[in-house]
Design a binder for this molecule. Structure first.
Ligand SMILES: COc1ccc(C[C@H]2SC(=S)NC2=O)c(OC)c1
Ligand SMILES: [Zn+2]
Length: 259
């Protein structure tokens, strides 16, 4: 038969610059948010961030081989205001997390503090014709980051975390047949930090206006453990998906604004 060439297990973050030089760019993500350096900007509260998600926008959950991904039909699912000069539509959400029971796993850190996981709600700028056109433009994407802390069960996250066991392998996909409003994953208090950054995995495009919610949302240890029902390729074969986070990158003089 044909020569079997094993697909190379993806290189870790510290090697990405070899194929993606922008990894050492001027507006890379994530970053450590130094709260004392964040500048309160009244303009952010004068024009509050508006999140209007519909409750039937979630279509399916997929194992992308790097995270779970809930694919969203962006119809009527928009954000605007705050740092955004345009309307952006939700296209997908996913997360990053650490090892079982550990406290690292988030991509952004706050005064050096990590959280066990971080949710990313990815939106694209409606001035572009589709997410493919928006994904590499400086104002193309807006990602809302929500920290997960370990505590009581998150009732709103349960319908999603219960699906992970159904998509153990890369490209596995399960339809979401129930109504689901992703806004339930946002903290009650809508204060955030915002700065200009990038995708946190290759191709690392510097196209993201980051909106990182200040308050974490609590999820249970069991819900964090359910993330490890997702499997991926490791150097020693198939294993539990974990530590799929990029560490903080140089701020390069960027300003972080705060509500
Ligand atoms: C080719 O375009 C891409 C590639 C990868 C991601 C996912 C990354 S980016 C992020 S934030 N967190 C992640 O895991 C994209 O997300 C919009 C877009
Ligand atoms: Zn992400």
């Amino acid at each position: 038969g044909f020569l079997q060439v094993a697909s190379p297990v993806p290189q870790g973050p510290n090697k990405w610059h070899e194929q993606f030089p922008i990894a050492k760019g001027q507006r890379q993500s994530p970053i450590d948010i130094v709260t004392s350096n964040a500048k309160v900007d009244k303009a952010l509260s004068d024009n509050p961030l508006k999140v209007s998600y519909s409750n039937n926008c979630c279509q399916s959950v997929t194992n992308t081989g790097a995270s779970f991904q809930v694919v969203v039909d962006g119809a009527g699912t928009e954000i605007s205001g705050g740092p955004l000069d345009s309307t952006y539509k939700l296209v997908q959400f996913h997360a990053h997390w650490g090892p079982l029971g550990g406290d690292e796993g988030s991509e952004h850190t706050v005064d050096g503090v990590t959280y066990p996981a971080e949710l990313h709600l990815v939106h694209w700028n409606q001035k572009y014709k589709d997410v493919g056109e928006a994904v590499d433009k400086p104002d193309g994407l807006a990602v809302i980051g929500v920290f997960f802390s370990r505590g009581k069960e998150h009732a709103g996250f349960k319908p999603i975390s219960d699906l992970f066991a159904k998509v153990p392998r890369k490209a596995d996909k399960v339809d979401i047949s129930f109504n689901y409003d992703p806004a339930c994953l946002l903290p009650a208090r809508r204060d955030y930090w915002t700065y200009l950054g990038s995708l946190t995995t290759p191709p690392l495009f510097e196209s993201v206006t980051w909106i990182v919610m200040k308050d974490p949302v609590e999820v249970s240890a069991e819900q964090l453990a359910a993330l490890r029902n997702l499997l991926w390729e490791t150097p020693s074969g198939e294993g539990q998906m974990c530590n799929n986070y990029r560490p903080p990158q140089p701020l390069q003089g960027r300003l972080v604004r705060s509500t």
